[in-house]
Design a protein around this ligand. Structure first.
Ligand code: SF4
Ligand code: FES
Length: 388
């Protein structure tokens, strides 16, 4: 969302500081569901945010340039590049999904100390850059065994991969992200040759820490029904762009079960990115058009959710989750895991009935009999009235 501000390089740190202070002091941060800058913008509008940042900085800010002056394509800084200081280089290393264990940190520190000046940089793509590597130590560094794990020149399907924490360590997650992202990129890389890098971004829930909207192909964790069972799935975003002509991608496919994702992606990579199956690789499950379109969509029927306490009445469908319906209507119901396992989103159903994809673990039989539902997992059947 453009803030209509132009800042000089010297102002960048002060500007970021002011923006963070404004968010820290005014954002709805006590509510974990709303503790994001976007909710403050939603409440204030962009003009007020701009003037609060100006007030915090104590100076007026220039409006944004009328013309997009960015003239460079997005760079990932992976590989070897000469620095402006004569005889020194920086080396960008790919860290798959940004996952680093304690021993990896120690090993990277060793690399930086032995071959560079002991300094590293981190990138927004979750990679590392070792700086100040003299020409004389470059070849030695590139032959270090650590670069088998963190390569300087990964393939085009691995290098642009970013992932949020996901189900392993985050209670909000609807799916496992990092392990799946690493495995998927590795397997696709082994099977396919792609002429350009493809930026895959994975995020485990709608909080979007993995920013699927800026990816070439973005994945947002969700649940879908397959053969009557609830399975881990993703909504797919495509067309996001960063750098020149930056813009957000849009959701183009909904509820693709993770277990069906690879053939689906192969097809996208071939059709949209010019990828080819590597010679000698035999693929038996490239989906035909009708199989792709057969992604698990349920026949949705109209429904209405009435939130009795707030008096809001919202049209929706039998496929919508009531928590999502509430949020779209501007109602912030408490929630946490969003997958039926914590019970935070429990509410009383006053009228009507709901369906679940499976049996949510956080709702006991007694609670269900007493009319309670888990709004994060419940879908309305016809008209429902909820105490909220
Ligand atoms: S996007 Fe969701 S699942 Fe991923 S780290 Fe953020 S809150 Fe957790
Ligand atoms: S948010 Fe955890 S059960 Fe619904």
């Amino acid at each position: 969302m453009p803030l209509n501000v132009w800042v000089s390089p010297e102002q960048v740190v002060d500007f970021c500081d002011a923006l963070l202070v404004v968010f820290r002091d005014n954002g709805p941060r006590a509510n974990r569901q709303k503790s994001r800058l976007m909710w403050l913008i939603d409440e204030w509008g962009i003009e007020r945010l701009r003037s609060e940042v100006e007030a915090q900085m104590g100076q007026a800010l220039f409006p944004a340039s009328a013309k997009d002056e960015v003239n460079w394509a997005k760079r990932d800084h992976l590989g070897v590049y000469p620095q402006k200081q004569q005889g020194l280089n920086y080396v960008g290393l790919h860290v798959p999904a940004g996952r680093l264990f304690a021993e990896d940190f120690m090993e990277l520190a060793r690399l930086a100390e032995v071959y560079g000046s002991g300094e590293m940089r981190l990138t927004v793509e979750q990679n590392v850059i070792v700086v100040n590597v003299p020409d004389s130590r470059l070849d030695l560094m590139l032959s270090d065994s650590l670069l088998q794990k963190f390569p300087a020149n990964p393939g085009n399907l691995e290098r642009g991969m970013v992932s949020c924490t996901g189900a392993e360590f985050c209670n909000f997650a609807m799916i496992d992200t990092k392990n799946r992202a690493i495995a998927m990129a590795k397997e696709l890389e082994a099977e396919m040759d792609c002429p350009t890098p493809v930026r895959f971004h994975w995020t485990g829930c709608p909080n979007s820490c993995g920013q699927p909207q800026v990816a070439d192909i973005g994945f947002m964790g969700t649940k879908a029904k397959k053969n009557g069972k609830t399975v881990e799935a993703v909504d797919i975003f495509t067309g996001g762009r960063v750098g020149k002509d930056a813009h957000l991608g849009t959701k183009t496919h909904k509820g693709i079960p993770c277990e069906d994702l690879k053939p689906f992606l192969r097809k996208m990579l071939i059709e949209d990115f010019g990828a080819r199956i590597r010679p000698g690789v035999v693929i038996e499950d490239i989906p035909q058009e009708e199989e792709t379109n057969a992604a698990p969509t349920q026949a949705a029927t109209p429904a209405v959710a009435v939130f009795a306490t707030s008096g809001k009445e919202v049209s929706c469908t039998s496929e919508d989750l009531l928590l999502d319906v509430a949020e779209k209507a501007g109602l912030a119901l408490d929630s946490s895991c969003r997958s039926g396992s914590c019970g935070t989103c429990k509410r009383k159903l006053m009228e009507g009935s709901v369906s679940y994809d499976g049996t949510p673990s956080a709702l006991s039989a007694d609670e269900a009999a007493a009319g309670y539902i888990l709004t994060c997992s419940a879908r309305p059947v016809g008209r429902v009235v909820i105490e909220a």
